[in-house]
Design a protein around this ligand. Sequence first.
Ligand SMILES: [Zn+2]
Length: 240
Amino acid sequence: MIFIELIVYIILLFSIIFFFYLLLYKSYGLSTSKITTPEQALVHLIEGNKKYNSFWNFITRANRKSVATVQKPFAIVLSCSDSRVPTEIIFNQMNLGSLFIIRNAGNVVDGVVLGSIEYGISELKALLVIVLGHERCGAVTTTIDAILEHRPESSGHIKDIINAISPAAHNVLQQHIGQVTISDQLKESIVKQAVKENVRLIIQDLSEYSDIVADAVQKKTIKVVGAYYDLDDGDVKIIT
Ligand SMILES: [Zn+2]
C-alpha cells in the first residue's frame, strides 16, 4: 500500500515539474507562426536568448564555459540555409563546440566558403568535411526553373546562387533533352538528382580549388563526404 502511494506521489511530482517546465520553458514567447512584424521577430529572438541563458538551462551554461576560450569541432558541415535543415538538430549535436558549420542557399562554394573550410581543417583540426544537400532545395529548384523557363538573369545576387548551381542542373537536365513536358513528379525527381549532382560537383571542387583540402585528404587527416537529407523521414544518407 505504501509502495503504491509512493508511486502516486512520484508521478504527481513529475507531473508538476513537467507542467512548470511547459509553462516556463515551452510556452514562453510567441509561436513563430504568429510572428508578423520585424519587431516581433526581434523580440522572439531576444526571448529565445534569455531562455538559452536562463538558470534552468544549466547544461548549456556548463557546456558554454567549457568551450568559451577554445574550440575543437570534430566535423565541418557545408549545408543549405533552408530553415528545415538546422544542422546541429538533424545530427543531434546540441553541444556547443561540436560542429563548424557553413550555410548558404544551395550549399554552394565560393572563396569565402573555401577559406572557412580551410580554416576548419588547418586551424581547428576537424576530422571530417560533410557537404549536405537536401530534398526540395529551393535554391536548386529556382535554378532548374530559371533554366527550363529561359528566364533572364535575376536581379540582385540570387543570380550568383543560380550560376553556382547551374553546372549540376545542366548535367541532370541533359538526361531529359527531348522531353516534351515535364510533369510535377518528373520535376521533383530532376530537383532531387540535381541536389545530389550539386553535392558531387562541390566535393570535386573542394579538392580541385583548395590545396589544403587536397593535402589533408591525401594524408588521410580528413575525410570529405557528400550527403543527402530527406525532409520527410529525417534520414541523412551518404551519397559520395
Ligand atoms: Zn536548400
